[in-house]
Design a protein around this ligand. Structure first.
Ligand code: DGL
Length: 285
């Protein structure tokens, strides 16, 4: 991998444990349609949310290595759990060994930068997986930017399985959505901004909106992450020049390609979409 590191031109790698990252990819494609994208969903091992730090780090590193091997100069962890648990370790321990000219970015920092400009009461709620809430990443990042901000986390363990199993429209989903919203608003009624801190949750947005008190702003990440990426590429022309521009999107999954294709088509509104199955750790054939 090292020999060609200065020449690598390729797509933007987008990684998630499953389908959730497609909500980010969709917005990236909308705002930055000129680039090529390579999406990888580790569907065979999703959900990540309740795994330990070690396991999430190991799985995420394998995914980043696979996307690097396939030529991505830049990888976006379109997964809060991976961003919270693995991003910093990969940046600090692995990037220099793998290829110091490439970059791995997450979704937490761009979200936090946006939220600081939105909250008036300085009481912010974070709905996320158990792993993300326990990591306290949102808390730390928000307080770095504004030490006065009060952050309340709420783990929503059933929400990802509801999405992954296409139950996000079912009446049963209302019960779990209402339960978590009332829990978090009960913990801090002054919350005026709620972060959907998991890339799967935008699929539940229509339900979430039903139960969030009026006046509370819901922050869904796709748009903000894409805007910050556009910004990053303007500030880093050396990276921008290494991104291939053909407007293509390819999909990889660790589960069956047919299963992924059927489901991802719904997320992406694309009937032509096709996918390929790979195994992690990835070894080139
Ligand atoms: N989509 C991921 C996130 O943003 C996690 C889902 C999972 O638990 O795998 O946190």
């Amino acid at each position: 991998m090292h020999q060609d590191k200065f020449k690598t031109i390729g797509p933007i790698g987008v990684f998630d444990s499953g389908y959730g990252g497609l909500t980010i990819l969709r917005q990236m494609q909308k705002l930055l349609p000129q680039y090529d994208y390579l999406y990888l969903g580790d569907n065979a091992r999703a959900p990540y949310g309740s795994h330990s730090f070690e396991v999430i780090y190991e799985y995420t590193l394998q995914a980043v290595e696979a996307l690097f091997q396939m030529g991505c100069p830049l990888v976006i962890l379109a997964c809060n759990t991976a961003s919270a648990k693995a991003l910093r370790s990969i940046q600090q321990n692995d990037l220099h060994r793998l290829d110091p000219t490439r970059r791995v970015l997450g979704v937490i920092r761009p979200t936090v930068e946006t939220v600081c400009g939105i909250t008036q009461s300085k009481h912010v709620g974070v709905l996320a997986t158990v792993g993300t809430v326990k990591s306290e990443s949102y808390n730390m990042e928000l307080r770095k930017l504004d030490p006065e901000i009060q952050v309340t986390g709420q783990a929503c363990p059933i929400w990802v399985p509801l999405v992954e199993n296409f139950e996000y429209d079912s009446p049963g989903a209302d019960y779990f959505v209402e339960k978590r919203i009332s829990e978090i608003m009960g913990k801090d009624p002054e919350i005026d901004t709620l972060i959907l801190g998991c890339t799967h949750y935008p699929l539940l947005l229509h339900k979430i909106e039903k139960y969030v008190p009026q006046g509370v702003k819901i922050v869904s990440q796709g748009e903000y992450v894409s805007e910050k990426l556009a910004d990053y590429l303007l500030r880093h022309p050396e990276m921008e020049q290494r991104l291939s521009k053909g407007g293509r999107v390819q999909y990889l999954t660790t589960e069956s390609a047919d299963k992924f294709r059927e489901s991802a088509r719904l997320f992406m509104n694309d009937t032509e979409l096709s996918a390929e199955r790979i195994s992690l750790p990835f070894t080139e054939k």
